[in-house]
Design a protein around this ligand. Structure first.
Ligand SMILES: NC(=O)C1=CN([C@@H]2O[C@H](COP(=O)(O)OP(=O)(O)OC[C@H]3O[C@@H](n4cnc5c(N)ncnc54)[C@H](O)[C@@H]3O)[C@@H](O)[C@H]2O)C=CC1
Ligand SMILES: O=C(O)C(=O)COP(=O)(O)O
Length: 624
């Protein structure tokens, strides 16, 4: 029987315990640093969590022997997860990891070495120097559940591939903000006063006071390109130096800029007005080489550029041309398209360029902060909790999760039942999930439920793991058109988040005609949560009430006395325990449906005996 699997990539346990844990899911929680907010110093603390229902992991030949942790929170023996740390991480973070996992630090691996190790670890932690490619993620599929980026920029992680294989990516977005901003200011000031060039000259025995006359900062205009966490902190500091600050960021809230006394302007206006331009946007397709020949041409003659964001936002050949022509007087660069840049890089060797080897985040304080931030996020994710810093999955606060937990289980079970009812070759095309609720869209987030319906529909018929990370992607890949509808429940005082969840598969044939609604080709199943337990309450047009535990037999028969006894006797004879039974009918003496919950799976003979009962028109055995 297929076991329940995790909503997030989750720990390896036996299918039996997976079932128990999912049924009795209690969300655990972890305090994590939340992303967002311009004030990087003020780390917003939130509690967030995710249902922790464990997953069996596909066997891999190279998987090393795993230690058993005797200290699992629920007292159960559980394999200790393995974490690979691929780049230097502060001791403080390693200590957090070691409390929960076996940690291997393998700094400076070649891409081939990383590829070879990918399938041997549950989590991988990197900084900016490791490329987590599609190849690595696919090699790790089935085992590698979390990639932690100990820093902000995730341009070195193939997010699309991670999402496709259901691998969660988390980052540490707040702990190095101040360090990066301080480095930006350091580069700005040292560039303006030729500090590094003069230093090198003096060490070479040259006392060149006339050559290294700088420019003043006060009264100059600085354009901050990307007014996020680092950009805002740079702006704040630059204002303290008497610099006039303007900014460009298509997505920044105007009130945040206003609060700092910063004018938000268009890209062209920002680069045309600025004496100094400081780059603080992420490297994404829309920002790749956004500073190019065309944009340099629009800048003031003698402009000075600082880049502590990502090398790839600048066309480096164009920058060399602009430096050679004097259009750009100076540049101060911490980041490069290729890191480390080639030894003969014209840009690095240019006399008007100041360079540092990607040191923006490299302070003792920031490195300790990111290490702890990423270690907590990775441990939380390995426990099945959803990190507040998840990059490729939605965040679900703990209180919402605990409220939705039984509905999450109901949604998956309805999906599992529905897919087992499908017959014929045409496959499932349209899936509609109908939520009957007294709550408005702002009070009921259905992403979890939708993901679980997808999980229920896909996992029994494929080898794909489905979790919150890849549910929507998987649905799309498989051509499942999943739509949602909310039906207002007429009791607005209702405390429960949902009255019922209905799963409707349209344009399908069914193995069990009784599940087809009056529309002709729509399989309809509806369920409710009663006393915290998911129940099946509607099959096609028939109202039933059976607790969704164990397995399920659905029989359609002519409504007549003695049917329950006949089926009960057949099951009893082979020691199959009935845990719940319910009969629903359209009219007396017409057709009826028997929904029978059974703890064990009846053997073929037993099922055939049930089918041979004269009044039974059809029956189906379904695994939950
Ligand atoms: N050199 C280093 O060691 C470090 C570099 N960084 C880099 O600094 C950059 C900024 O980091 P954070 O401020 O933490 O990120 P953030 O996400 O808080 O801010 C980025 C801002 O860029 C904006 N943006 C997006 N597209 C844009 C566009 N086309 N034009 C202008 N703005 C755009 C976003 O709206 C956002 O406000 C990232 O590239 C990050 O990787 C961050 C820390 C250390
Ligand atoms: O956080 C970032 O985006 C950085 O660029 C810092 O990179 P690092 O962790 O120092 O390799």
């Amino acid at each position: 029987m297929a076991a329940s699997r995790a909503l997030l990539p989750s720990p390896q346990v036996s299918p039996a315990s997976a079932r128990v844990r999912l049924a009795a899911a209690v969300p655990s929680s972890l305090t994590l640093a939340a992303r967002g907010g311009a004030g990087a110093g003020a780390r917003l603390r939130v509690r967030c969590a995710i249902l922790s229902s464990p997953a069996p992991v596909a066997p891999t030949e190279s998987r090393p022997a795993r230690r058993i942790s005797p200290s699992a929170p629920d007292g159960a023996l559980r394999p200790k997860p393995a974490v690979l740390v691929a780049e230097k991480l502060s001791e403080a973070g390693l200590a957090v990891l070691r409390q929960f996992a076996d940690v291997e630090c393998a700094y400076g691996m070649s891409p081939a070495e990383l590829l070879a190790k990918a399938a041997q670890f549950d989590a991988l932690i990197v900084r900016s120097g490791t490329k987590v490619t599609r190849e690595v993620l696919e090699a790790g599929q089935g085992r590698l559940r979390v990639v932690g980026r100990a820093g902000v920029g995730i341009d070195n992680v193939d997010l699309q591939a991670a999402t496709e294989v259901g691998c969660l990516v988390v980052n540490a977005p707040t702990a190095n903000t101040i360090a990066a901003a301080e480095h930006g200011i350091a580069l700005l000031a040292s560039m303006a006063r030729n500090v590094s060039q003069a230093d090198a000259a003096l060490k070479a025995g040259k006392w060149q006071r006339n050559k290294y006359v700088g420019v003043s900062l006060v009264g100059k205009t600085l354009a901050v390109m990307g007014f996020g966490k680092v950009g805002s902190e740079v702006a704040r500091r630059a204002k303290g130096l008497g610099i006039h600050v303007i900014a460009h960021d298509p997505y920044a809230p105007a009130d945040r800029a206003r609060a700092l006394g910063v004018e938000l302007v268009s890209f062209d206006e920002a680069i045309a007005r600025a004496d100094f331009i400081s780059l603080h946007m992420p490297l994404i397709p829309t920002t790749s080489k956004i500073f190019n020949d065309e944009s340099f041409a629009k800048m003031k003659n003698g402009v000075r550029i600082i880049n502590v964001a990502r090398g790839g936002v600048i066309d480096e050949d164009a920058l060399v041309r602009a430096l050679d022509s004097g259009k750009v007087a100076q540049a101060a660069l911490d980041v490069f398209t290729v890191e480390p840049p080639p030894k003969d890089s014209k840009l690095v060797l240019h006399e008007n360029v100041t360079v540092t080897p990607h040191l923006g985040a490299s302070t003792v304080e920031a490195q300790e902060g990111v290490a702890i931030e990423i270690a907590e996020a990775v441990v939380g994710a390995l426990r099945g909790e959803l990190a507040a810093t998840a990059v490729n999955a939605p965040m679900v606060p703990a209180e919402i999760l605990s409220e939705l937990a039984p509905y999450v289980s109901l949604a998956e079970k309805l999906g599992r039942l529905a897919v087992q009812l499908v017959a014929g070759e045409s496959g499932i095309k349209g899936v509609k999930v109908v939520y009957t609720t007294a709550r408005g869209p702002d009070d009921l987030d259905t992403r979890l439920l939708r993901a679980m319906v997808t999980k229920g529909l896909v996992e029994p018929v494929s080898s794909t793991f489905v979790n919150l990370v890849n549910a929507d992607y998987t649905a799309k890949q498989r051509g499942l058109r999943l739509t949602e509808e909310r039906v207002a429940h007429d009791s607005p005082a209702a405390e429960a988040p949902l009255e019922s969840v209905q799963v409707r598969l349209s344009h399908v044939q069914s193995k069990f005609a009784g599940a087809i609604s009056d529309g002709g080709d729509v399989i309809v199943l509806e369920g409710r949560v009663k006393y915290g337990v998911p129940h099946l309450t509607l099959v096609g047009p028939y109202e039933v009430d059976v607790s969704l535990e164990g397995n399920l037999i659905l029989c359609r028969q002519i409504d007549q006395p003695g049917m329950i006894g006949k089926v009960g006797n057949i099951l009893g004879d082979t020691n199959v325990n009935i845990n719940f039974m319910s009969v629903g009918r359209t009219f007396r003496g017409k057709q009826a449906i028997m929904a029978i919950g059974v703890d064990e799976e009846p053997d073929k003979d037993t099922l055939e005996k049930i089918g041979a009962i004269l009044a039974i028109e059809e029956f189906v055995f379904l695994e939950l």
